[in-house]
Design a protein around this ligand. Structure first.
Ligand code: C2E
Ligand code: CA
Ligand code: CA
Ligand code: CA
Length: 274
């Protein structure tokens, strides 16, 4: 290939090498970031149809010393390709449990959700870890929501059901994230102790104008109602999207129309000022 490909191959190899180097560099930096407290917890409100905030989703940001604020889309896939995601999820879980315990102490009944990566959930010590985090913090398990994705179902389904069952018995709720974007979603809903589904923002976006998306959202709402599942609509940005949903079912709203993700400290401040 060297002789035939000439400069093009060399060029290709060089850029490949740079991408790999950049990746390794970011991976090393992420390891440091977790250890040195560069990760930041953001919270985004979830409101009911009366506009009351009933919960919030925890979302991670990376406050990089040189690169500035990095969004999870950039580093979560990298973390998920390694065990770094476990350390990251653990840090989020611990931080959220501490906030929950604080709010519980103030007599506030608000739920906080945490995103759980399949790689983390699949570990044999996952259930034990959740128990430990709850015990350490004193948080009320009934205020903790774990957001999982269909990515989980690639693993051993019996193992998934067993872990979810133990944790739901403790009062923890499970939410099926990005619902509708994968496949076989309906079959899994029946088998798993899920309390909630989150309709992916890609369906919400065009629901008021695109008949296909509208039909999809209506179908998801009907299924949820039949199975007595709570529904969270993700990425609600406009009044038209909100009105569309309001006319069709009981939904919890999450999106820029109701509030962007913001640093946990300011989210807490606003909650206490209300
Ligand atoms: P996700 O779990 O589907 O989270 C929802 C994403 O939609 C968030 O992006 C949120 O900021 C964004 N969003 C919320 N409302 C709106 C809206 O009205 N319009 C639009 N266009 N977007 C909206 P974010 O924070 O960039 O997170 C991206 C993804 O990274 C998340 O998608 C989740 O899969 C992953 N992620 C974030 N934090 C964590 C974490 O702590 N652990 C794990 N495992 N994954 C995380
Ligand atoms: Ca989520
Ligand atoms: Ca989602
Ligand atoms: Ca997602």
């Amino acid at each position: 290939a060297k002789t035939e490909g000439g400069g093009r191959v060399v060029f290709f190899e060089t850029t490949m090498g740079d991408a790999v180097k950049e990746r390794f560099k970011l991976e090393g930096e992420l390891r440091t970031a977790i250890a040195e407290g560069q990760l930041k917890l953001y919270l985004q409100p979830q409101v009911d149809s009366d506009g009351i905030q009933v919960g919030a989703e925890s979302l991670v940001r990376w406050q990089h010393p040189e690169r500035g604020l990095i969004m999870p889309g950039v580093f979560i896939p990298l973390a998920e390709a390694t065990d770094l995601i476990v350390a990251l999820d653990r840090w989020m879980l611990g931080s959220v449990c501490r906030i929950l315990a604080e709010l519980d102490g103030e007599g506030r009944s608000i739920r906080l959700s945490v995103n759980i990566s399949p790689r983390h959930f699949e570990r044999s010590d996952f259930v034990g870890e959740i128990k430990r985090q709850l015990m350490l913090s004193g948080a009320d398990p009934t205020h903790l929501v774990l957001e999982v994705t269909e990515g989980l179902m690639i693993g051993n389904l019996e193992d998934v059901v067993a872990k979810m069952t133990i944790l739901s018995t403790m009062g923890i709720h499970f939410s099926m994230d990005d619902f509708g974007t994968g496949y076989s979603s309906l079959a899994y809903l029946k088998r798993l102790p899920i309390h909630e589904i989150k309709i992916d923002k890609s369906f919400i976006q065009d629901a008021p104008t695109d008949p296909n998306d509208a039909a999809l959202v209506e179908t998801i709402l009907a299924v949820a109602q039949h199975l007595s599942l709570q529904v969270v609509a993700e990425g609600v940005e406009t009044q038209a999207q909100s009105d569309f949903l309001k006319a069709r079912g009981r939904v919890i709203y999450q999106g820029y129309l109701y509030g962007k993700p913001e640093p946990a400290e300011s989210w807490l401040q606003r909650l206490r000022d209300q």
